[in-house]
Design a protein around this ligand. Structure first.
Ligand SMILES: C[S@@+](CC[C@H](N)C(=O)[O-])C[C@H]1O[C@@H](n2cnc3c(N)ncnc32)[C@H](O)[C@@H]1O
Length: 331
């Protein structure tokens, strides 16, 4: 999310959101899955998806114009890019990301209301909606696979002597799976709410790591956490919580670690101005809309929670290019 390239073209791109919505909707309708078996006419697509034929013509022509479909005579088929990225079930599928964005579209329409009231604009918590949570978690999973690989390649954390890790708010379990694959002595306990835990179990099973990774279903604010870990990983979790809830959580986590154990907080950690990384500043507005209590926190704030809980050797590990960075502390 570049902050310094504000040329007229970029303002044009911002205003020209119609194509964004078309593409998100096409993924949500699974147009590309319908066309995976071969070309179809607009009437056939309309019939399969319960749409009106003439509007489906317009829709498919627009997607063809955008390069996601190709059209021969009256028949449409997937372009090369759509066949690779937008057919569900394929390894490069990116549709979960588009569908998750589509599902938050209406909420963003209430930005002015949120700014005026300071109140969230969703009735229920995002993760209470199973479909929305599934798309969001699978979108994160796609992103996290390459992030986990980068963390391991860069050596941002040293797991060579670690044996028991806790992944708190594990989502799809992507990081723990990558870490356990890279370190054969490592065992992991993954903790999350039921929807995420079910996805994580599938990810762990397809990695063949059930003997070293267990997945527990629970809310960390409502249950006592297991203890005796030498590494706690908490990724993309603190940004959905209030300042005080995070402070209380780190006080509890300190006691779940053995002496010498480390906690690693992986998040969009902000600089003191709270404006960088830009993606984090934008995400904080999303959190205002989404749950009304979360935001991205500065390094100083995370430092204060860890320091106040008794952690020492607190350090910020960051790559200049990366929005997601790490704060590590030792018990
Ligand atoms: C944005 S996802 C991050 C998933 C994963 N850690 C990652 O980085 O890709 C946040 C996860 O934290 C979980 N979470 C948030 N609060 C929680 C709580 N109180 N107890 C258990 N899980 C929680 C959510 O259910 C969700 O799966």
């Amino acid at each position: 999310m570049a902050a310094n390239r504000w040329m007229p073209e970029r303002f044009d791109e911002i205003a020209d959101f119609w194509a964004n919505r078309l593409v998100m909707e096409s993924a949500a309708l699974d147009i590309y899955g319908q066309l995976a078996g071969g070309s179809l006419s607009a009437e056939e697509v309309a019939q399969r998806l319960g749409l009106e034929a003439q509007s489906t013509h317009l829709f498919l022509d627009a997607l063809t114009g955008l390069g996601l479909l190709s059209k021969k005579g009256n028949r449409y088929s997937n372009s090369e890019a759509a066949a690779r990225y937008l057919v569900p079930g394929l390894p490069d599928y990116i549709g979960h990301r588009l569908i998750a964005a589509q599902q938050s579209w209406e909420m963003w329409g209430h930005l002015f209301d949120a700014l005026r009231s300071g109140q969230r604009q969703r009735d229920k918590h995002y993760f209470d909606d199973p479909e929305a949570a599934r798309h969001s978690l699978l979108a994160l999973h796609r992103d996290a696979r390459s992030r986990a690989a980068d963390i391991l390649v860069r050596g941002d954390i040293d797991l060579s002597e670690r044996h028991q890790m806790l992944d708190l708010g594990c989502g799809a379990g992507t990081y723990a799976v990558a870490f356990c694959r890279a370190h054969r002595q490592l065992h992991a306990t993954l903790v999350d709410r039921p929807i995420a835990a079910a996805i994580a179990r599938d990810v762990v099973a397809s990695a063949g790591l059930e003997d070293r990774i267990s997945v527990l279903e629970y809310d960390v604010d409502e249950h006592e956490l297991p203890s005796n870990y030498d590494f706690i990983w908490i990724s993309n979790v603190i940004n959905a919580r209030s300042y005080n809830a995070n402070r209380a959580l780190f006080e509890r986590l300190y006691h779940r670690l053995v002496p010498g154990g480390e906690v690693a907080v992986h998040d969009m950690i902000m600089d003191d101005t709270r404006t960088r990384p830009a993606r984090g500043a934008v995400f904080s507005v999303y959190m205002l809309l989404s749950n009304g209590v979360g935001r991205c926190y500065t390094f100083q704030e995370v430092f204060d929670w860890l320091d106040g809980s008794g952690f020492h050797d607190i350090r910020w590990v960051r790559e200049a290019e990366d929005d997601m960075t790490l704060v590590i502390g030792t018990r």
